[in-house]
Write a protein that binds this ligand. Structure first.
Ligand code: GLY
Length: 301
C-alpha cells in the first residue's frame, strides 16, 4: 500500500488515502474520497487558492471552470470532465463518466448536463467563488494583475489488493479563456496508470505539458524497468532537451510503482507528500529542479 500527492497542500489528502487504503478501501474509492470528500481539498473553498475546485480562480469571464480526471490501472478505465461549470467536486463527475458513461471525456455544457443527469447539484457560479477568488478576479480585471501559485491536486493510490488509481483536479490556469482545457483531464498528459507497472501525474503549465504526454512517458519507462524517480527525471530531461534548461516551462511529475516506490522530478521547486505501509505518517519531500543536462545527474533524491 502506498500513496503520493502533488504539492505540500496534498498532505491532508494523502493522509486520508493512508487511512482509507489501510482500512481496505479500493484505490479508486480512496482517490475520489481523498480528493472530493467532505472537508477535502477539491470541495473546500479555502483550498481553492491552490487552484483546485470550489473557491478556485475563475476564467477571464469570471466563471469557474474545472477540469478533473480519474484513471485506474485496469485497461480502459478512465473518465474525465473539462471546463465543467457549477460543480465544486469535478472528480466525482469524472468518476461517474468512467463508471456510467459510454464516453471517456465530457466537456462544457455536455459535462454539466451529464452531472445533472447523475444527480449532482449544479450551483450558481457565485456560490463556488470565495471572497479571495472574487477579489483576485477584480484585480485581474482592473489591473491585469495575475496570481501566482500552484495548481492541480494529483493523487495516486496503491491499495492492498494491488489496484493502482490516479486522480487529478484543477480549476485550471487563473483567468484563462473560457473553454480552455489544460493537461489534467487528458490521458497520458495529466495522468496515466497501468496495472502491474504504476501510475504518474503531472502539474504545472498545462498548455505546455499536454504537448509532451509526460505521464504516459513516465509509465512506459517504468514498464521498461526504470524506478519512478529515474522515469520522472528522464521524462523531464527529455522535455528540457527539446525546450532548453533556461526556458523550460513549469512542470512537476510524481510517480508510484507497484512496489510502493515513489519518484518525482520538476523544473521548479516542487514539494510533494507520500506514504507507504512501512511508515506511520505522511512524509513531506521537496524536489529541487535539476537536470542531467546541466548537473551531470547528481542531486537526485
Ligand atoms: N496543470 C493544470 C492546468 O494547466 O490546467
Amino acid at each position: 500500500m502506498a500513496a503520493v500527492g502533488t504539492w505540500a497542500f496534498s498532505e491532508p489528502a494523502v493522509d486520508r488515502l493512508r487511512h482509507l487504503i489501510s482500512a481496505g478501501r479500493h484505490a479508486t474509492d480512496a482517490v475520489e474520497e481523498a480528493l472530493a470528500g467532505r472537508y477535502q481539498v477539491e470541495n473546500d473553498p479555502e483550498t481553492g487558492r491552490h487552484i483546485v475546485g470550489r473557491g478556485g480562480f475563475p476564467n477571464s469571464g469570471g466563471v469557474l471552470e474545472c477540469d478533473a480526471a480519474i484513471m485506474e490501472g485496469r485497461a480502459g478505465r478512465f473518465g474525465a470532465v473539462a471546463a465543467l461549470r457549477g460543480v465544486g467536486s469535478a472528480v466525482r463527475v469524472a468518476r461517474r463518466v468512467m463508471d456510467r458513461s459510454p464516453h471517456s471525456l465530457l466537456v462544457g455544457e455536455g459535462a454539466v448536463a451529464f452531472a445533472k443527469e447523475q444527480g449532482f447539484t449544479v450551483e450558481p457560479n457565485d456560490s463556488l467563488l470565495t471572497a479571495h477568488s472574487t477579489q483576485a478576479y477584480q484585480e485581474y480585471v482592473e489591473k491585469q494583475q495575475r496570481v501566482s501559485g500552484h495548481d492541480t491536486l494529483g493523487l495516486i493510490a496503491l491499495d492492498n489488493m494491488g489496484n493502482i488509481t490516479v486522480g487529478v483536479s484543477t480549476s485550471g490556469a487563473p483567468f484563462k479563456s473560457p473553454g480552455r482545457v489544460g493537461d489534467s483531464p487528458l490521458p497520458g498528459c495529466g495522468l496515466y496508470a497501468e496495472n502491474m507497472v504504476g501510475a504518474a501525474a503531472a502539474t504545472g503549465d498545462g498548455d505546455k505539458i499536454m504537448c509532451y504526454c509526460p505521464s504516459f512517458h513516465v509509465v512506459q519507462l517504468m514498464k521498461q524497468g526504470s524506478s519512478p524517480s529515474d522515469a520522472c527525471q528522464a521524462v523531464l530531461d527529455d522535455i528540457i532537451r527539446r525546450t532548453s534548461p533556461d526556458s523550460c516551462f513549469e512542470i512537476g511529475l510524481i510517480a508510484l510503482n507497484m512496489k510502493g516506490e515513489v519518484g518525482a522530478a520538476s523544473s521548479v521547486e516542487f514539494p510533494y507528500t507520500c506514504w507507504n505501509q512501512d511508515k506511520a505518517s505522511v512524509e513531506k519531500r521537496t524536489n529541487r529542479p535539476h537536470s542531467i543536462l546541466s548537473d551531470g545527474g547528481g542531486n537526485r533524491k
